[in-house]
Design a protein around this ligand. Structure first.
Ligand code: CAA
Length: 258
């Protein structure tokens, strides 16, 4: 598929997806979501890729769903086609780790797709927000749910009800982002961290991601049982034997993804 709204690249074992609609601050049109899902399919199928970085420009990660595209649509248009929901879900079901490297605006759908990633590295100029309320609508790609889980009810409610933006420092304090990085270092740092993850055992990394995500979807008791089953199952892999043998033999592990 030829891409009009994203650019993909690889650096070693890291896949990079850059949102690229500069004239619209990377507003997320339906075609962009189709391309994003296609790129994710490619990276998931490629055994040489161990982790992915999703990013935008220095000015905007993404300024939200494309308002001009949405403006004329009727309820039947969006309901019947499940507008924006099918393809965007692909990010949430992607099995390898995805890091969102966010600079500039991450608003509306932009904030929502950043939150679908496994963690967010924020540049010092990052701005997060769910301004849909100002457009007479509400977040539609998980914002009311994921933001609330990330930062708690009070802050999420304030942001969703007022559309107020939150800067990088507030986002870090609130637990929305894992770390703040100077803008000039953002991509290098994101690719470095993704590269470190990509050196680990791919199946074990996937199991770990699945287990952390379980914490969002179940009770503590069930989550702990899930984790325990997965922890024990890692002992059936060659990579667990290799990882622990390498530690005992004081050498670096050579994971085989088995
Ligand atoms: N959709 C479509 N176009 C957008 C856009 C969006 N979400 N955000 C910005 N653009 C376009 C602008 O229309 C403008 O295009 P033109 O030059 O052709 O006029 C261009 O990008 C630059 O934008 P601004 O001139 O507005 O730039 P600014 O620096 O003055 O302001 C901004 C930046 C504060 C991010 C402002 O653009 C803005 O408020 N954008 C909309 C943010 C928003 O409301 N996002 C939520 C969308 S709804 C949603 O996402 C629903 C969902 O949950 C799925």
């Amino acid at each position: 598929m030829a891409y009009n709204n994203i650019v993909i690249d690889t650096k070693g074992a890291v896949g990079i997806i850059r949102l690229d609609r500069p004239k619209a601050l990377n507003a997320l049109c339906a075609e962009l979501f189709i391309e994003l899902a296609d790129a994710l399919d490619k990276f998931e199928a490629d055994e040489a890729i161990g982790a992915v970085v999703l990013t935008g420009s220095d000015k905007a990660f993404a300024a939200g769903a494309d308002i001009l595209e949405m403006q004329p649509k009727t309820y039947m248009d969006v309901y019947k086609t499940n507008f924006l929901c099918n393809e965007s879900e692909r990010l949430a079901t992607f099995r390898k780790p995805v890091i969102a490297a966010v600079a500039g605006y991450a608003l509306g759908g932009g904030c929502e797709i950043a939150m679908m990633c496994d963690f967010i590295l924020a540049a010092d100029n990052a701005q997060f927000g769910q301004p849909e309320i100002k457009l007479g609508t509400i977040p539609g790609l998980g914002g009311t749910q994921r933001l609330t889980r990330a930062v708690g009810k009070s802050k999420a409610m304030e942001m969703c009800l007022t559309g107020r933006m939150m800067g990088a420092e507030e986002a870090e304090r609130a637990g929305l982002v894992s770390r703040i990085v100077p803008l000039a270092d953002l991509m290098d740092e994101a690719v470095k961290v993704a590269g470190e993850i990509a050196k680990l055992s791919q199946p074990i990394v996937m199991m770990c991601k699945e287990s952390v995500n379980k914490a969002y979807e179940t009770t503590l008791r069930e989550g702990i049982m899930f984790e325990r089953r997965v922890f024990h199952s890692t002992f059936s892999t060659e990579d667990q034997k290799e990882g622990m043998s390498a530690f005992a033999e004081k050498r670096s592990p050579n994971f085989k993804n088995r």
